[in-house]
Ligand binder design. Structure first.
Ligand code: NPW
Ligand code: ADP
Ligand code: K
Length: 502
């Protein structure tokens, strides 16, 4: 699914009105009905609904929802912020419709003294501002937001929590943004909802389709995408009748050191479970019997050093290389990584300590084979690319890095983002907080390496690998809870994840 800026969404909105065709007021009614249906499913008629409506179409939505709910015997009250300007268009029509219906208590307030009395069980509906917000909230509307935020009542935001921008909130005034428990957003997730720091404002958010015109969506360009199951299905390698293990590639994994052999075991197993034909795990001498015992399916290449990675094997047999988990940062290891990067001329996967070594030797970034995949978590990313003020700035730096070094940058987190050298950015939605546990990144490295070795193109290996990893994590959490989940469970559920993508 493409993701758009709020400005672009307004354009698709107009396209829909013109080409469906549908009138402005009917599109608003349709959007409002989606929210009304959701509210009916979540709240009883015992609870009063208190609406805060602003001057634009977001306020118009609030007015339409209040009328629809009142028609279903909900007790509703509407508080319209009076900016001393006449309401226009659909909001004006909806105000008139509410007056004619006569079931909803209506008030217009000019200052914060007009803030309505709210009982403990009331639900607050935030329809102050949506995608038409043009600047941070200040003055009277900000005071209303402070009052709303100070109340313990459940708050539901219509389309966007008022005061939050759809993309960049670097210059915003954070105290002046509504803190909702739920956000019901129309048709597309807004990009700012995908950033950790904005969870405070959006609460649980959900997308409600409102039938915007597919033609408008298709013709509006975007560099931002939200990865869905249907997209990933076609990226997964198929196994044909006469295929043999050579068909599925031979991966080399360089991982593990004294005290961190688990990283090698976890990544090796995940690589094998991703369908690779052959896997060789390169380990220090002390790791030999560990890897042979824990992962009998893997072949082993043994380093000359007892406890760390210091030298690369002959690279001829391998069509993909993954390096980094648990390798440490000793001088000899840095040298060996440098040799590996210079000698292997196909895309490789770099994670964990390999990224930390790159951070300390930035000139190596230019030596990476084109379309190599880097999988930093936010800490590793900061060491590689420097500090950023917030997530919006961070994804710009991520995209810049992908372009400049012609690599794929996988920035891990709740909505892991995959930046491609052509400027596109893909957000992933699978995965859960149970995966915030030691070694789950090693499992991701193994999965991406396994796909890459099977000659899946690097872009797809990264996007599909991240999706599969999260999906397997979701299946694991469903079976054993997020709390009990450990990295090996992700790998154990990969099979079920593949089946879900058939
Ligand atoms: N997209 C869709 O498909 C559909 C969208 N729909 C709905 O439309 C919503 C977007 O509506 P919208 O464009 O009318 O903008 P909205 O957010 O109501 O506010 C604009 C008003 O606020 C004002 N204003 C702005 N910033 C301000 C500030 N800081 N402080 C004070 N005032 C400020 C601004 O004035 P101005 O900037 O001109 O001074 C203008 O008067 C969208 O979120 C969704 O709910 C559905 O109905 C149908 C399908
Ligand atoms: N809250 C979360 N929601 C979804 N996925 C998560 C969450 N927390 C962590 N993950 C995923 O778990 C993995 C953790 O990787 P990483 O931090 O490298 O762990 P480690 O270094 O312990 O192996 C990443 O793929 C990340 O996207
Ligand atoms: K809103």
């Amino acid at each position: 699914m493409k993701l758009f800026s709020t400005k672009q969404i307004a354009g698709i909105d107009s396209f829909t009105i013109e080409h469906e065709p549908v009138s402005d007021i009917d599109l608003m009614e349709r959007a409002a009905l989606q929210i009304t249906n959701w509210l009916v499913q979540h709240f009883s008629t015992e609870q009063k609904m208190v609406f805060f409506a602003g001057p634009g179409n977001n306020g118009g939505d609030a007015l339409a929802i209040a009328r629809q709910l009142a028609g279903l015997d909900y007790q509703c009250e509407v508080c319209l912020l009076d900016f001393r300007k006449e309401l226009k268009g659909s909001p004006a029509t909806n105000w008139k419709r509410l007056q004619e219906q006569g079931k909803v208590a209506l008030s217009k307030i000019k200052d914060v003294d007009g803030f309505p009395k709210v009982a403990a069980n009331d639900v607050l509906l935030d329809g102050l501002f949506g995608s038409g917000l043009s600047r941070p909230l200040e003055g009277f509307p900000a005071e209303i937001v402070h009052k709303m935020n100070a109340l313990p009542n459940t708050t539901v935001a219509i389309d966007i929590p008022s005061g939050l921008m759809g993309e960049n909130n670097s210059e915003n005034i954070l105290e002046n943004i509504v803190r909702a428990d739920f956000t019901l957003t129309f048709q597309f997730p807004k990009i700012s909802f995908l950033f950790a720091e904005n969870e405070l404002f959006t609460g649980n958010w959900q997308v409600l389709p409102i039938g915007l015109h597919p033609g408008g969506i298709a013709k509006t360009p975007s560099d931002f995408f939200f990865v869905e199951k249907e997209d990933v299905k076609e990226m997964i390698p198929r196994r044909t009748k006469f295929s043999h293990k050579g068909t599925f590639g031979h991966a080399l994994l360089v991982a593990g050191s004294y005290g961190k052999m688990g990283a090698s075991v976890l990544a090796s197993k995940a690589c094998l479970r991703s369908g690779v034909g052959l896997l060789t795990s390169h380990v220090p001498r002390l790791g030999y019997s560990i890897i042979q015992t824990a992962v009998p399916e893997a072949m082993v290449s043994i380093d000359e050093h007892d406890s760390i990675f210091t030298g690369i094997p002959d690279l001829t047999p391998f069509n993909a290389v993954g390096v980094g988990p648990g390798i440490g940062r000793k001088k000899n290891t840095c040298k060996a990584l440098c040799d590996l990067i210079k000698q292997f001329r196909s895309p490789m996967v770099l994670d964990a300590d390999a990224l930390n070594i790159l951070s300390e030797n930035k000139e190596l970034l230019r030596e990476l084979p084109e379309n190599s995949i880097l999988t930093p978590h936010p800490g590793e990313f900061e060491r590689l690319a420097g500090e950023t003020a917030d997530s919006w700035e961070r994804i710009q730096v991520q995209r810049q890095m992908a372009k400049e070094f012609r690599v794929i940058v996988v920035l891990k987190g709740a909505f892991t983002s995959v930046a491609l050298p052509d400027g596109r950015l893909f957000f992933n939605a699978t995965g859960n907080p149970g995966m915030a546990t030691a070694g789950s990144g090693d499992s991701l490295t193994g999965i991406i390496l396994g796909l890459l070795a099977q000659r899946v193109c690097p872009e797809y290996a990264a996007i599909a690998g991240v999706f599969l990893h999260g999906l397997a994590g979701d299946i694991a959490a469903g079976r054993i809870s997020e709390n009990a989940l450990i990295a090996g469970d992700i790998t154990n559920c990969l099979g079920k994840a593949f089946l879900e993508l058939k």
